[in-house]
Design a protein around this ligand. Structure first.
Ligand code: F6R
Length: 615
């Protein structure tokens, strides 16, 4: 949600921070601000709306200085306004903070601070943080600002990422993480240091990164940093190298990040497979999936937890994992699982799916599972993210940075990773025999090339979009493994075009959905797989009998569906467990072109954020 950037070095901090915030625009925000320390004074600039408003102010009144912090805000407490935008100052303009998260006990703290004489200038919950630090500093004993801050912030309830700057320690920036309100990445440059909520913000400057853990405070200097627990015990931390390059986080010649990310799927899928296939022995190799053979044998059930698009990937994963590993799979939303006292124990592998690795509901679901002593695994895209740090078994997607709010390439990489995992478990547990493994891997290696063939039919998706972009509703139908693809197709369209869309298992139509069908309703029917082809055909006939408009996703040989469908999109038939990766591509592009025709803000759809770090 909110974005954080910080800089300490010898370059102009405001310029670097502004650039970093620009690279975080995809997270969604309604106001922004920057604070820079210069001549022992904190200078602030804040504005409502897009970052260009902030930039205009910076051009009118440049802010010199080499130490600064910046924030893009997504309003929770208090409307989007200049006074509510971060950074927030204390009463004496000596300390300034930016904050991600929600101070759950802010009313109680605010009353207490007002009674002690503090004056508040905003309606935000975040402002209590700076006054708490100020209060602790005023009442300090021998404490440094770092230990006073650590003590003060122990009083906050909720999850927080906080960056602090002060004239009291002009050569330091302090960073605090409490719980899971998104990450804080500290990046090391050449005698300069960077801070960010998300790696793409600082990727052009450094790939040497370390993340703060919960209940840690870091004091960042120009030449490095020191880390402590909030209680003051020193913590040692090690940098690691992020394998992403800055070009992968840039839009290049594409009009939108989402378009770029859809088109780079042949590449991202190749990267997902890279170094994982041993074709000589028909094996899958995982680097970070550190479960012993004995531990794998003990697994009796897999419980997938995820949110949004990752949840739909999980529903596809149920088919893949059950088929390849013969282990029963359940799938639940992180937000439901965490509150339902699930009946799980050490025999259940809890598998989180998350592009960002920071989604608060998915993290909370893992924490819930941890209490029940289940083994934890995850498929995650962002290296170093919180989810990747708490699980024993990690499969990184290697899809590269995904910037567009609507997830596309991370979805297809998750499906491929689920396939790899199913294969791995099926092999380790003795279910997948050599011939089956060989056959599966031969299909798998062809996937990226076939994905590029599907993308090459771009003109068809564009033409369809121009016919249906004014529709008020869409229906997506699928069966079996393609039912979740129907759900994800509807999800993509809703997210970026704001057209109401529903995904439905085709066999369920007669139980209610049929009432929606009329001559205005475009119905996207996924009719590719052989086994359920006849069933889909009869569902398509039922829609036609009610005058609905059929856009069918079919295999190369469209068969009888071709006679009933108004439009057919042909997708190659690779393997029933891999076809969903191909079938979603036309639906991603349909959503993209419909949203484009409707003039929507594709990379930053209204009311949505890339990383959902609040509940
Ligand atoms: C959809 C989308 C969201 C995310 C969801 C989970 O296009 O982007 O629905 O899928 O917020 O995010 P991750 O995968 O980061 O946990």
């Amino acid at each position: 949600m909110c974005g954080i950037v910080g800089y300490i070095g010898s370059q102009n901090a405001a310029d670097l921070i502004y650039e970093g915030l620009k690279r975080l625009e995809y997270r969604g925000y309604d106001s922004a601000g920057i604070a820079v320390l210069n001549d022992n004074k904190i200078n602030l600039v804040r504005s409502v709306g897009k970052l260009k408003n902030l930039n205009e102010k910076l051009i009118r009144k440049p802010m010199p200085g080499v130490v600064g912090i910046g924030h893009t805000r997504w309003a929770t407490h208090g409307e989007p306004s200049e006074k509510n935008a971060h950074p927030h100052l204390d009463c004496h303009d000596q300390i300034v903070i930016i904050h991600n998260g929600i101070v759950e006990n802010y009313l109680e703290l605010k009353t207490e601070l007002i009674n002690s004489g503090h004056t508040f200038r905003s309606e935000t919950d975040s402002e209590v943080i700076v006054h708490l630090i100020e209060e602790a500093w005023q009442k300090r004993n021998q404490d440094s600002l770092i230990s006073a801050t650590g003590q003060a912030l122990l009083r906050l309830e909720g999850a927080h990422a906080i960056i602090i700057q002060s004239v009291l320690v002009p050569d330091r920036i302090l960073a605090v993480r409490i719980g899971n309100a998104g990450g804080i990445a500290i990046g090391k440059g050449e005698n300069e240091m960077f801070l960010a909520s998300d790696i793409p913000a600082i990727l052009p400057h450094t790939r040497t990164i370390v993340f703060l853990e919960s209940m840690e405070i870091a004091a960042i200097r120009q030449d490095g940093f020191s880390c402590y627990s909030l209680h003051g015990e020193p913590r040692s931390k090690e940098y690691f190298q992020i394998p992403w390059d800055p070009v992968s986080a840039a839009r290049g010649h594409y009009s939108h990040f989402m378009q770029k990310e859809i088109y780079e799927q042949p590449l991202s899928l190749t990267d997902t497979l890279r170094n994982r296939l041993n074709l000589d022995h028909n094996e899958i190799v995982f680097k970070h999936f550190s479960f012993s053979m004995q531990e794998l044998q003990k697994i009796q059930r897999i419980m997938i937890v995820a949110c949004g698009t990752s949840y739909y990937a999980g529903l596809v994963g149920k088919y893949i994992l059950e088929s390849l590993s013969q282990i029963p799979v359940e799938v639940d939303y992180g937000s439901e699982f965490r509150y339902r006292n699930p009946l799980i124990g050490p025999e259940t592998l809890v598998l989180a799916l998350s592009q960002s690795g920071e989604t608060v509901d998915t993290l909370a679901a893992l924490e819930e599972a941890q209490k029940k002593k289940t083994p934890l695994a995850a498929i995650v895209n962002v290296p170093g993210s919180q989810i990747s740090r708490i699980c024993q078994g990690i499969i990184f997607m290697h899809a590269g940075p995904e910037i567009g709010v609507a997830s596309t390439k991370a979805f297809t990489s998750t499906l491929v990773d689920l396939f790899l995992l199913g294969f791995y478990l099926g092999h380790q547990r003795g279910f997948l025999k050599p011939e089956m493994r060989k056959n599966l891997l031969q299909k798998l290696v062809r996937l990226p090339k076939i994905a590029s063939d599907v993308l090459a039919k771009d003109a068809i998706y564009k033409e369809l979009a121009s016919q249906f972009y004014e529709a008020s509703d869409f229906l997506f139908l699928g069966r079996g493994i393609n039912y979740p693809i129907a759900l994800e197709g509807a999800h993509k369209l809703k997210e970026i075009s704001y057209i109401h869309a529903e995904g439905c298992p085709a066999g369920e139509m007669k139980h209610g959905i049929n009432a929606l069908i009329d001559r205005h309703l475009p119905v996207v029917a996924i009719a590719t797989q052989e086994k359920l082809y006849q069933k889909m055909l009869s569902n398509i006939q039922q829609v036609k009998a009610r005058d609905g408009i059929i856009i069918a996703i079919v295999s190369d040989d469209k068969g009888e569906v071709g006679q009933f469908a108004d439009y057919c999109i042909e997708v190659p038939n690779l393997h029933p467990l891999l076809n969903p990766v191909l079938n979603i591509i036309p639906l991603q592009l349909l959503a993209y072109y419909v949203a484009l025709k409707r003039g929507c803000d594709i990379d930053q759809p209204r009311n949505l954020a890339k990383s959902v770090t609040v509940e």
